[in-house]
Unconditional design. Structure first.
Length: 371
C-alpha cells in the first residue's frame, strides 16, 4: 500500500443515513452507531477512503458528509428483487477493497456473494447475542441458511464480546475476533447536575420498555427520562407513549438526534437496561463514558458490570431491578460506581485506540486480496 493507493472500505449500513443527516427522520440502532463512529474515525486517516451504502431516504444517489461518501441503495417500501438490484448496484459503485456489514439481514448473504464474485474482502460483525447462539437462525430457517452460508465465506468475523465469540464457535464452528465497540472519550462535565434515571433504546419487544414505566412507579420522588424510538416491529408504540404521559415523574422523548444525546447522559444518575439480550449495547458505553453506572435486568456481556464494579446485574429479576436502583441511589452510591464505569470505558472502549485494530485488519485483508 502506498499513499497513492489508499484502501477503500465500504460499510453496508442502510439505516445509518439519519446519523449522517440528523434532519432526516428514521430509526437506527446500536449497530448503525457502531459503524458510524468507526467510519468517521477511520476516515481521519488519509490511507483509507470510506463509503457507506445507505437506504433510500429521498437523497441523491451519491451524497458526501465530510470525507465519507454515502451511496443510496434500497428503499424500505419496495424490498424483494428490486431492492436487491439497488443494493448490488450500490456495492458496485462503492468499488471497495473491503466490505463490512453488521446485523443479520438479507443484505448479509447478498454482500457475501458480491464479494465472492468480485474477489473483495468480506467482513461480518455480530450485532446481537441471538446471531451467535443460533436462535436467530432457528427463527428464520430459510434466511438463516443464507446467513450461515455468508458467515462461512467471510474473510473475518468480528464479535463484540467474548461471550458472543464463544457462542458463535459453539453453534457454527466458526472462529471470530473480539473487538469491542469504540466511542470517543469525551471529557467529563464536572458541573453536571445528576438528576435523572435514564432509559435509551427502541420499542422492540425484547427491550421491554414497559418495565421502565413500572420502575418509575416505584420511585415517585425520582425523575425518569425515557428516550425511545419506535421500532420497526415492536410493542404498541402509541400505547407506550400514552402510558408514559400518565406518569408525572417520567419525561418521554420519541427521538433525540445522536449528536444531541450526550447531555442526557451527563444528567443521569443511573442508566437502566431492561432488555432480554443484546450484543453490547452502545448505550452501555455512552453511560460509562459519562461516568454513569448501569442497572441491567439481564444483559451483562463478559460479566463486565460485576468484574469492573460499574453496575448491577439483576439476573432477570424485576424485584432485584427495584432493589438495585434503591441501592444505587441510597447514599449516592451511583457516584462511586460511575467513576468505575468511566475507568472501564477509557481502558476498553476508546475509539482512538480501537480503530488501530481495524486499520491493521483492513491493511492485511487488502494485501491478501492483491496477492
Amino acid at each position: 500500500m502506498t499513499e497513492e493507493t489508499p484502501i477503500r472500505v465500504c460499510f453496508v449500513s442502510p439505516k445509518s443515513y439519519p446519523l449522517f443527516r440528523p434532519e432526516t427522520p428514521g430509526v437506527f440502532g446500536g449497530a448503525e452507531v457502531d459503524l458510524f463512529l468507526l467510519g468517521n474515525e477511520l476516515a481521519k486517516d488519509p490511507r483509507f477512503v470510506v463509503s457507506f451504502v445507505v437506504a433510500d431516504y429521498g437523497q441523491p444517489v451519491e451524497d458526501r458528509v465530510d470525507a465519507i461518501r454515502l451511496i443510496r441503495s434500497v428503499n424500505f417500501s419496495s424490498p424483494g428483487l428490486f431492492g436487491a438490484i439497488r443494493v448490488l448496484r450500490a456495492l458496485r459503485i462503492a468499488d471497495a477493497n473491503v466490505y463490512m456489514i453488521k446485523t443479520a439481514s438479507p443484505g448479509v448473504p447478498m454482500t457475501a456473494a458480491f464479494c465472492r464474485r468480485f474477489r473483495r474482502a468480506f467482513v461480518y460483525r455480530t450485532a446481537h447475542q441471538e446471531e451467535c447462539d443460533g436462535s436467530w437462525i432457528r427463527r428464520h430457517p430459510l434466511l438463516g441458511r443464507g446467513f450461515r452460508w455468508a458467515l462461512g465465506r467471510a474473510s473475518v468475523i468480528l464479535a463484540q464480546n467474548q461471550n458472543n465469540a464463544d457462542d458463535l464457535k459453539r453453534t457454527t464452528g466458526l472462529d471470530s475476533i473480539v473487538i469491542p465497540n469504540g466511542h470517543p472519550m469525551l471529557p467529563l462535565n464536572p458541573t453536571s447536575n445528576r438528576d435523572s434515571i435514564l432509559w435509551v433504546g427502541r420499542s422492540a419487544v425484547f427491550k421491554h420498555p414497559d418495565m421502565f414505566l413500572s420502575l418509575a412507579d416505584r420511585f415517585p420522588q425520582e425523575r425518569f427520562v425515557m428516550i425511545c424510538q419506535e421500532a420497526t416491529q415492536g410493542v404498541n408504540y402509541e400505547s407506550l407513549r400514552r402510558a408514559a404521559a400518565d406518569r408525572s415523574n417520567l419525561e418521554f422523548h420519541d427521538r433525540v438526534p445522536f449528536r444531541e444525546i450526550d447531555p442526557f447522559f451527563e444528567r443521569a444518575k443511573v442508566l437502566v437496561n431492561t432488555s432480554d439480550s443484546e450484543g453490547f449495547s452502545n448505550a452501555f458505553i455512552q453511560a460509562c463514558v459519562h461516568g454513569v453506572p448501569i442497572l441491567s435486568l439481564t444483559v451483562n456481556p463478559d460479566l463486565f458490570l460485576t468484574r469492573h464494579l460499574c453496575g448491577i446485574d439483576c439476573g432477570s429479576s424485576q424485584d432485584r431491578l427495584v432493589e438495585g436502583l434503591r441501592f444505587l441511589l441510597e447514599g449516592d452510591r451511583y457516584i462511586e460506581l460511575g467513576k468505575n464505569a468511566r475507568a472501564y470505558a477509557e481502558r476498553y472502549h476508546d475509539i482512538a485506540r480501537i480503530v488501530d485494530r481495524y486499520k491493521e485488519l483492513f491493511i492485511r485483508l487488502s494485501a491478501d486480496r492483491r496477492r
